[in-house]
Design a protein around this ligand. Sequence first.
Ligand code: ZN
Length: 309
Amino acid sequence: MSETGLHHVTAFSGPAGRNLDFYTRVLGLRLVKKTVNFDDPGTYHLYYGDAAGRPGSILTFFPIAHAGPGRAGIGETQETALRVPRASIGWWAHRLVESGVRHEAPVHVFGEPTLRFRDPDGTMLALVGVAEGGAAPAWAGGGVPAGHAIRGLHGVTLLLAEGEATAAILTGVFGFREDGREGTATRYSGGATPGGHVTLRAVGPFLPGRQGAGSVHHIAFRAADDAAQAAMAEALRDRHGLAVTEQRDRQYFRSVYFRESGGVLFEIATDAPGFAVDEPEAALGEALMLPPGLERHRAEIEAALPALA
Ligand code: ZN
């Protein structure tokens, strides 16, 4: 089995300009694509990642100016963790304070130094210091020096009533294996870097989450190509009895979606074609990019979108 992991994490946010400022200026990620929600073209879809927007480095948002806040609960992603060099955790604690972002006291989670905080909409984030972090490629164009820059996703934590059925999908379909337990949390690793970890936190019956600003809408796993994606979809249908959508062309990857047994919306996204398919890598994120089907509506779409600072 090849290495496997997350492709991207997608959340709802409040105003687009505030979201852009936080992820590019405070966290120093690169805006790798500025497009619209293909299912709702009056809304931006902003993609942040490393310099090339590699699979496993991507966080995406649907910003809605007047979105009500979400409520954390079961059947949702509780926390999204990002990788930084292990020696940089102290630097980041200082940067967050300087930027007016409150963080929790640093803790060790599965042996790794972890700094938890929230984005301006309440999305729970963590920076995790990893020993090999400094060797990974970094984006230094956003004001965070390359030596400290975020190196993509570390993983996500899902809050569930019980974890067995979700664990069976991770291990039986996506090729993850259990690599640690702490309290109510069990961590699974797919081996890919970045984005190789999914932690299941099983807490029993509890209030379900309600989606809104600050909520993660779905998480996406990587598929090497269409054939690998089709094989996973078949296993999900045949062995787990789950309804999987037909493949949808998302311009930068091709996707299928299903709601896993614990209630979380999962996507499987292909590595290809990537973010340089419609603009050069050097100019990623600078222009509003629209898929061919929406290009003829560009004038109306641009008029309806809020200005980005
Ligand atoms: Zn997605």
